[in-house]
Design a protein around this ligand. Structure first.
Ligand SMILES: [Zn+2]
Length: 295
């Protein structure tokens, strides 16, 4: 089993956490009333994005939501497969939605939902839907259930909003992937050699994913598991790590560099999730057969 060392520098402290502006005012009611009737024990309100859903029973759906205040949660949306369901239209995947949820004995139940941003544009192309699906899968696989992670929620919403507004999905995705790695504590160390601790200088450095980050040329030559990383890719990853990823939009970046950064981040994500990333695989096939025009 591969062990993952968390990067020495925790970028959570240096990357501005813009997720807070997406926070909703939580009003918890009916909370913990001793001896309360089990049927209406507790309600909580939050903002969330449906990242996964599956059919449940005859007409219900079991949703997985990434939320601002409660992290990843699962909740039942009753009757939402019926065409007349009022709730269903507010619980489409990738939309930003305000939900009121009742804590159930086994499963929480969505009692109200009101869409904040339906992300209509995002649904217009197969490519943007696949990107949204890829980020949702990452959130699902990397985040721990019922553990608040506002940074991760902010990363997801920023990425969805970014392609909703027509920004280049590939750069957006690299930022989102880095932020998910950070949010889950798996961001690779990029400044100090994970072998000997030396400060990384321009040169033929390597990336040793199992060791948690870059290695200097000497350690790279000794370590068969490390792979080459170019100086430009390292610079781009550091820019994203500093929170300057948005500045990369509109820059004339070579396809070779973009692909190297993509492959690097995806290798880190596969190691972190220890699983195949299905949406990415389909997305990659699409990008290989119909390359994006960066818009
Ligand atoms: Zn070294």
């Amino acid at each position: 089993m591969v062990s993952h060392r968390i990067g020495i520098r925790n970028n959570l402290t240096t990357v501005p956490c813009r997720s807070q502006k997406y926070g909703s005012q939580v009003t918890e009611t009916d909370r913990n009333q001793p001896g309360n009737n089990q049927r209406r024990s507790r309600l909580y309100r939050c903002e969330g994005v449906v990242i996964r859903r599956r059919d449940f029973g005859e007409a219900d759906r079991l949703l997985t939501l990434m939320t601002d205040n409660y992290g990843k949660i699962r909740a039942l949306a009753k009757g939402t497969r019926r065409t007349k369901s009022r709730l269903g239209g507010h619980l489409e995947p990738y939309a930003r939605t305000s939900v009121l949820i009742a804590k159930g004995r086994n499963l929480d139940i969505v009692t109200q939902a009101s869409v904040i941003d339906p992300m209509h544009q995002l649904r217009m192309t197969e490519r943007s839907i696949l990107y949204a699906s890829h980020w949702s899968e990452l959130a699902d696989k990397l985040m721990v259930e019922q553990q608040e992670n506002r940074f991760a929620y902010g990363a997801l919403v920023r990425a969805l909003t970014s392609i909703e507004h027509g920004r280049a999905p590939d750069v957006t995705s690299r930022i989102c992937e880095w932020e998910f790695l950070s949010a889950a504590g798996f961001q690779p160390e990029l400044l100090l050699c994970t072998g000997c601790g030396a400060r990384i200088q321009p040169g033929q450095n390597g990336l040793h994913i199992e060791a948690g980050g870059v290695v200097c040329p000497e350690c790279h030559a000794r370590e068969p598991q490390s792979r080459d990383i170019s100086n430009d890719a390292l610079r781009m990853l550091r820019a994203i790590g500093r929170g300057d990823g948005e500045l990369l939009h509109g820059r004339d970046l070579s396809q070779v560099l973009l692909r190297e950064v993509e492959d690097t981040l995806l290798a880190c994500l596969r190691a972190a999730t220890e699983r195949d990333l299905q949406a990415y695989r389909i997305l990659r096939e699409l990008e290989d057969t119909q390359p994006s025009t960066n818009g």
